[in-house]
Design a protein around this ligand. Structure first.
Ligand SMILES: NC(=O)c1ccc[n+]([C@@H]2O[C@H](COP(=O)([O-])OP(=O)(O)OC[C@H]3O[C@@H](n4cnc5c(N)ncnc54)[C@H](O)[C@@H]3O)[C@@H](O)[C@H]2O)c1
Length: 337
């Protein structure tokens, strides 16, 4: 069976992808430096799958240490999740973002070449579409960015394009994620950021749980059905499964390909709040505040290419996403008592 190196494998999307890989009998080797995750996730992966992946607590930017991983394991493909992802922090600390996100990618590509590993799947983001000219968003739309985080993703996409041109043995798939939320239905792994959350769902969950008093909704005068911003939310388990589809494809072609991973459906902030209240039978008090600079009216994927070429289709709905996000937090609290 193929051996997959998963960088950032203890993080939110990486951990869910490891579950799907292990369940599909791939051999999994994880690199994570725990900068935004906890070692406990490793136990949870074992609890869910009854298998324990090999784990290295190392920095993906450290070439010497990454080389050891390749020396000790015959890696067939790399899925590269490791990186920083907070948009606001990337504005105040751009160098930290350029250093970590670019350096980890360059290091992996160099070591892969040394060890003749040719298959690479990269976590990009819908943020590379900037302000889209129309909706839904297709993969061949023009690219631009509005913050340093997004620029790291776009720069890496350009690097991958160049590397792919120069090395005809390489197979690269760039996955552009829309908005992953939800958690594993077991409630054992999920998203629980430290401090005040930046993203909508983790914030809603904290308000529902009375850890935060009210949700601030940034603007209700956008050009959408209820005036609040519309996004394409995708259940993290669906997103994880998209990586298995990408792996099946990446070993069967040479070159570089780009895919949106989204549902193709847009939901507004208030749609999400209302659904969350309904399925979880809780209140999420909110107030409307000013728009946030840089936010766009609406953003959702055209998921056709991933469906036609990878056979990928998201299956979970918005109710499942709301239920599983809350279930994870409730279960997590129980286990801390
Ligand atoms: N969550 C989203 O909304 C979203 C959307 C689009 C793209 N992405 C991208 O997907 C990837 C995974 O996102 P996530 O939500 O799971 O984030 P996350 O922060 O939960 O996971 C990233 C993991 O990488 C680890 N890490 C960071 N730098 C590292 C390094 N140098 N060496 C080793 N480990 C390192 C962290 O400890 C963490 O476990 C990221 O590249 C992110 O930019 C995420």
């Amino acid at each position: 069976m193929m051996k997959i190196l998963v960088t950032g494998g203890l993080g939110f999307i990486g951990s869910h992808t490891c579950v799907e890989l292990l369940n599909a009998n791939y051999e999994v080797v994880i690199i994570d430096n725990l900068s935004n995750s906890s070692i406990d996730v490793l136990e949870k992966l074992e609890e869910i799958t009854s298998k324990r992946p090999k784990f290295y607590e190392i920095d993906a930017c450290n070439k010497e240490k990454v080389s050891v991983v390749f020396k000790e394991n015959k890696i067939d493909a790399v899925i590269h999740f490791a990186g920083y992802k907070a948009v606001g922090e990337s504005v105040s600390e751009p160098l930290k973002y350029y250093r970590n996100n670019l350096d980890s990618t360059l290091t992996l590509l160099e070591v892969m070449k040394e060890y003749s590993c040719h298959n690479f799947v990269f976590s990009s983001s819908a943020t590379v579409y900037g302000t889209p000219k129309e909706l839904p968003i297709k993969e061949d739309f023009p690219l631009s960015t509005t913050n340093p985080y997004g620029t790291t993703k776009l720069m890496i996409e350009r690097i991958l394009q160049d590397v792919s041109k120069a090395d005809k043995d390489l197979s690269i798939i760039v996955l552009r994620y829309f908005n992953p939320i939800g958690a594993h239905p077991s409630g054992l792994i999920g998203e629980n950021p430290n401090g005040i959350p930046n993203n909508l769902m983790p914030y809603i969950v904290r308000v529902a749980d009375k850890e935060l008093p009210t949700l601030s909704v940034f603007g209700n005068d956008y050009n959408t059905h209820d005036g609040t911003g519309v996004r394409d939310y995708i259940h993290v388990v669906d997103l994880a499964k998209g990586h298995l589809k990408a792996l099946e494809k990446v070993v069967n072609f040479k070159g570089i390909e780009y895919y949106n991973l989204g549902t193709g459906k847009g939901y507004s902030v208030l749609d999400l709040v209302n659904t969350f209240e309904k399925v979880n039978n809780v209140k999420v008090p909110y107030k409307i505040v000013d728009r946030r600079p840089g936010d766009i009216d609406a953003c959702y994927a055209d998921p056709t290419k991933a469906y036609e070429k990878l056979g990928f289709k998201a299956e979970y709905g918005i109710e499942d996403m709301c239920r599983d996000s809350y279930n994870y937090i409730l279960k997590n609290k129980e286990s801390q008592k």
